[in-house]
Design a protein around this ligand. Structure first.
Ligand code: MN
Length: 531
């Protein structure tokens, strides 16, 4: 118990969430928060032991006693979180809109020691909130860690057929609510077919990767042969995406299958490694420095600041790609430049990061970005971020420095904001932004920064991936982030081809664009000077 995990997961210079501390008082408060992260869920928190014991409830609580709701334990939160509402920025843990759905106090129904009851796996309490009232039971499930059921007890506050009302719309959630629990169970049952569990020890025979990944289900530890090397993969049946039941094996298999498409964006580039050893629900950590990599992993010592060098993994081969996935690195974050020419990026990225905005509106701003770039004689390419927004790339010949590229990106971002004043912003401070906004993030175009590679998986529900798009798909405004996942990306590439390939092959220079940009931004001034 304590707030270590809570603090470790968050960067308080980026997130508006309270740092908080363990409280001495215990006022038996509760809160239910509606959390529009990449997938909507509800956070249920009970004040006890100086902190908020917390559960994530995918479908939210229900006043219908027939509706048992899965509640998954999450880390303890500080009591200051009872009042927290706001936008958690992209890239931070739990990124998305967070708001109070219900709050009030609770009372234990049996005994007095809430912590002991929690330990024992059974809690009965009465809620006195604005929406939730009466008696409730929570029981810990035998299977899996930290999984509970939250159920309304039958009393005068129970209401069969009760429907949860969201404070903010979420189409995916409403659709899901329409589906019956039964169809869910059926699809889960269909999944378990053939399991591949070879010898546990790495002394055993290594299987060719191509045949190992043909197995429907990957479990345990296996040794594979890939690119002439032997790779020891572990805990393949560990669930990384609890909602879908996707495992670490599914992640590694996906990277194996798309390796030929993603590899060109990683080759010769330093990679930033963020590890999720227990999947997307668990804690993560950044690993910059790599000192114990196997021989097939190339590393490079790079100065990140004066006097501070770091051993980066270089994404040279499939072996490295799979090795990282085995370490729980879900995303692939390459630098914008290559080790062979570290100071000259190969692309400019505009990261359109929305808050409280429909995806169609992000499409509009992306199209407007393309148009501005076109006026500057530059071709651009587009992909989903796989998380919330859209990335617009301008492929470059590696002839400009990071400083030049960043300065150019900033000027273009300002034009995008000028063209979309009601929604787009370059304001970095969340507090100063409007509630509904698309942040045109040009700040990523700096040395040592990175944006997820095309085809990279994201640690988001649904195992979404960053998907290259055709501009006409953006024009149609029918796509969503959730359309592209580890389950369908390969088929899409086979059907649509490698939409992002020009980013690697059609490098442009900024010379002409900068002249045009000068003209575009100076002319009105001259004119007004004449008046
Ligand atoms: Mn949450």
């Amino acid at each position: 118990m304590g707030l270590e995990t809570y603090h470790k997961k968050r960067d308080f210079s980026r997130t508006p969430e309270p740092r908080g501390k363990i409280s001495k008082a215990n006022r038996l408060r509760f809160v239910v928060q509606e959390h529009h992260a990449s997938k909507l869920h509800f956070d249920f928190r009970l004040e006890m032991g100086g902190v908020l014991k917390s559960w994530s409830i995918p479908r939210g609580p229900s006043l219908d006693p027939g509706e048992k709701r899965l509640a998954v334990e999450t880390e303890d939160h500080p009591v200051e979180y009872l009042k927290f509402e706001g936008h958690i920025p992209e890239g931070e843990y739990g990124a998305g809109e967070h708001m109070i759905w219900d709050e009030g106090s609770y009372k234990l129904l049996d005994g007095r020691d809430a912590l002991a009851q929690l330990e024992a796996g059974r809690l009965s309490f009465e809620l006195r909130g604005k929406k939730l009232h009466g008696a409730w039971n929570m029981v810990r499930l035998g299977r899996g860690e930290g999984q509970w059921l939250l159920m309304k007890a039958r009393d005068r506050f129970a209401e069969s057929g009760w429907k949860l009302e969201l404070r903010m719309p979420d189409e995916g959630f409403e659709k899901k609510e329409r589906k019956t629990t039964k169809s869910k169970e059926r699809s889960a049952a269909k999944k378990s077919v053939r399991t591949y569990t070879p010898e546990k020890k790495s002394k055993g025979k290594a299987v060719a990767a191509a045949s190992a990944f043909k197995a429907k289900t990957l479990a345990g530890d296996i040794d594979i042969k890939v690119g002439g090397d032997r790779l020891h993969l572990t805990n393949l049946d560990k669930v990384f995406w609890p909602d879908e039941g996707y495992t670490k094996g599914d992640l590694i298999r996906y990277y194996y299958e798309v390796s030929k498409y993603i590899q060109p964006y990683l080759k010769d580039r330093p990679l930033i490694m963020k590890r999720y050893p227990n999947g997307i629900g668990g804690s993560f950590f950044h690993q910059h420095d790599v000192n114990e990599a196997p021989p097939f992993v190339r590393t490079a010592e790079i100065d990140v600041e004066e006097g501070h060098a770091v051993d980066y993994i270089i994404g040279d081969n499939v072996q490295t790609l799979l090795y990282m996935a085995n370490l729980g690195a879900i995303e692939r974050h390459p630098w914008h430049s290559r080790v062979s020419d570290l100071n000259h990026p190969d692309w400019v990225v505009f990261d359109l990061d929305p808050s409280n905005v429909e995806f169609e509106e992000i499409c509009d701003v992306a199209l407007s970005t393309r148009e501005i770039l076109e006026r500057l004689s530059l071709k651009s390419y587009v992909k989903t971020s796989g998380s919330r927004g859209i990335h617009v790339y301008v492929p470059l010949k590696p002839v400009h420095t990071y400083e030049e590229v960043a300065a150019f990106a900033e000027r273009v971002a300002e034009l995008v904001v000028e063209a979309n004043p009601e929604i787009a912003t370059v304001e970095r401070s969340l507090k100063k932004r409007k509630r509904r906004a698309i942040y045109v993030d040009h700040m990523q175009n700096a040395r040592g920064k990175s944006v997820v590679a095309p085809y990279s998986v994201r640690p988001k529900p649904g195992a979404t991936v960053s998907a290259p798009l055709e501009w006409k798909e953006v024009e149609r405004r029918k796509i969503t982030i959730q359309d592209f996942t580890i389950k369908n990306m390969l088929r899409r590439i086979e059907r649509k081809g490698e939409l992002f390939k020009p980013v690697l092959t059609k490098g442009q220079t900024l010379d002409k664009a900068r002249k045009l940009l000068d003209e575009m931004t100076e002319k009105p001034k001259r004119r007004s000077a004449r008046v």
